[in-house]
Design a protein around this ligand. Sequence first.
Ligand code: MLT
Ligand code: ZN
Length: 466
Amino acid sequence: MSWTTKKIVDQLTNVVEPSRIKIDTNDLQFYGNDWSNIGEPNPSAIVFPTSVKEVQAIVNLANKLNFPLVPSGGRTGLSGGALAKDKELVVSFDRMNKILDFNKSDALVTCQPGVVTGVLKDFAKLKGLFYPVDFASVGSSQVGGNAATNAGGVNVLRYGMTRDWIGGIKVVTGTGELLDLNRGLKKNATGFDFRHLFIGSEGTLGLIVELTVELTRPPKHLNVMLMGLKNIEHTTQALALFKEKLDLTAFEFFSDTAMRKVLEGKSLRNPFDHIYPFYVLVEFESYTEVQVNVASELFEMFIDSGYAAEGVLSQNLRQAGELWEFREGITESIASYKPFKSDISCRVSQTPAFLSSLEKTLSGFDPKIETVLFGHLGDGNIHINLLKPIHMDSEEFREVCKIISKSIFNLVKSFGGSISAEHGIGLTKKPYLNYSRDEAELNYMRGVKRLFDPKNIMNPGKLIDL
Ligand code: MLT
Ligand code: ZN
């Protein structure tokens, strides 16, 4: 143990029980890393507070001894936001994982930040309600981390992002003060809403120690359609048509390469006779048979007009789940290629033009680097995954991907889009933040950081530097 680590651990034992401080190599590796896997974790120690008071004491100590903190939730982030590589103290919320309060008439649940998203979803279900933010990692991600990164997912088109469901948060700022923000109020016109500064701040302003989350009524019945399309333009035509007549809960797309990889990776049977350039998965809510009949008519019209080459409409929940596998299985199916991920967005109406320009941009690079496209077309979010060719050296691949990224980000900028729709900036996209935020905005962001975290102890090096 280095001298500084020893000093931190010694002092920490005055504020938390020694059994809740970990310095074993395995723990440092596990809690110091996230799903981005972009660097070697190297934290000094991991601490597991159990109360707001303990979190405050840890932050006060970090201010006194001047050591950095990295907040740690489920660490499912893909941008390195929870990677601790520079001797930081990792603050894990695993032991602050209780649901504290529920009020049916407000449809509000108050919980600690370490509650796993899936647990919150199950709790809502138990109460006859629904927590609608949904994404592949709900089984591991934690509610505090979701708020810190403003997590999105597959239902944003209908329900919005995490930000839209946070009625209140308590945070411990970088100076150790406890702020109780908005307190679950629906209406509150008392000036700056600091709650929204902390949501999406990736732990750079303070630590979220309590959340009041809004719930809603569950969807009545969900139906899924999968269609193979010959032309990218037809995807937005499908979106416009289906959105007008149905209550869509998701509108996802993926490319031919994505379909090939998922068929192979998940050993699935192709539901169609051919492979098509694009696929859309439409999920909608039905209240009675009426919506299902409308959907069937639209679906037939879409096929008859030649927009969709082939399609399938789920007849029950089991089939709906099976159709989702083609979309949700993509990430896992390409994981072995160590994909270089971009996660961009533009206005929904501009996605066909963006995707055509993207195709032109990518055609200028090494054709051996396969591109897998998929994402949440209903909200303008496109995931661009570049796959490492087997024989290409990892370092060379990373360097080529950085060059390709710049071209992609230039394109995003020309569309007025965002270089990160939902995965966040963290470490991986920090050098490129100026493609989406102008200098004046970046200066205000630095000012906000300085205000809440003057000593730069809160997740330093992530998102933005002072
Ligand atoms: C998804 O939409 O599946 C997630 O954002 C994960 C990913 O992009 O790989
Ligand atoms: Zn996504």
